[in-house]
Design a protein around this ligand. Sequence first.
Ligand SMILES: NC(=O)C1=CN([C@@H]2O[C@H](COP(=O)(O)OP(=O)(O)OC[C@H]3O[C@@H](n4cnc5c(N)ncnc54)[C@H](O)[C@@H]3O)[C@@H](O)[C@H]2O)C=CC1
Ligand SMILES: O=C(CO)COP(=O)(O)O
Length: 350
Amino acid sequence: MESRVAIIGSGNWGSAISKIVGSNTKDSDVFESTVKMWVYEEIIDGKKLTDIINEQHENTKYLPNHKLPDNIVAIPDCVEAAKGADILVFVLPHQFVYRICEELKPVVRRGCHAISLIKGVDFRGKELSLFSEEIERILGIPCAALSGANIAIEVADEQFSEATIACRRIQEEGPIFQALFHAPYFDVRVIGDISGLQVCGALKNVIALGAGFVDGLGLGDNTKAAVLRQGLLEMRLFGKTFFGGVHTETFFESCGVADLITTCSGGRNARVARTFIQTSDSKTMDELERELLNGQKLQGTTTAKEVYQFLQLQKKLDRFPLLVAIYRIVYEVAPPRSIINCLRTRQTFD
Ligand SMILES: NC(=O)C1=CN([C@@H]2O[C@H](COP(=O)(O)OP(=O)(O)OC[C@H]3O[C@@H](n4cnc5c(N)ncnc54)[C@H](O)[C@@H]3O)[C@@H](O)[C@H]2O)C=CC1
Ligand SMILES: O=C(CO)COP(=O)(O)O
């Protein structure tokens, strides 16, 4: 029997990936053609976003000027979208995942598989977990993860990108997820390191804030490269310290260094962080996110806070100087140039 796919989320990345998923399920022997996509309902110019997507086949708010395949069907109720699915694709800003999973719990059927495209960590209380773990825990189904150097608009424009999928049973699940996500312009490699892949996806968003600060300060590429180098080291240390089975090789996949580079150059986190430094009227990152992103969500700011609080609890702040410096610039009005101090190997006084 063909597998039924549902996409949970329809923002900038959710809409871009729905182009690939819709095209791969259409006329497939493996997947049912129709893909239900949960859309957080909004009214755009007096019309429901779900109606716009279903009539115009375009998400005019989150991915304007890109046609979605007509077998992608927008559904405003997440329970309705997920009911009966064999594969659930989670692609929503990380702050909303927990609530949605709780809503889906009663309808997710046994034998269903999930894959998380979310970049972030879950920190509530004392435990820090990855979203594949949270989805598995709440819904009781296995969850893989996809991450890579994938600025949504470039993927939607069909510019060549690589991506990494991590799953536990590579032989069994790998080909299914490849069939769902691989495209001539979206080249997917499958690995086994689920934790490493997600640590990369979460932390690179924080490092990208640092890269944005460097841009905003008018510093050059050498300084930015220093931020990326230190960032990559802290990403690896974080993964190896707090999660089992994290491999150094993962940091050389698309989900690792490649995503770090792309996010630090063209991503939203870097862009908003740059403006944060350059604006003269001391706006907060949250204010700038609302002003600049038209409803899209920054993941780096919340992740910076979650990671900082976790490291504080673990008494390991001193081992992650760059992550700490970025947190303090965003939340404790530390001078932006303090980012340089944490890159120095010897104390100097400017
Ligand atoms: N945009 C990109 O280039 C990429 C994003 N990602 C990751 O994918 C995940 C999803 O990101 P995007 O699709 O870009 O989302 P987005 O940044 O476009 O976020 C907006 C989405 O959040 C929804 N939303 C707003 N308020 C909500 C609420 N109260 N409850 C539930 N949903 C609500 C909106 O309807 C919209 O679908 C994130 O973890 C992100 O890091 C990964 C690769 C690329
Ligand atoms: O994850 C991304 C690219 O791979 C997108 O990064 P931003 O959220 O900073 O735009």
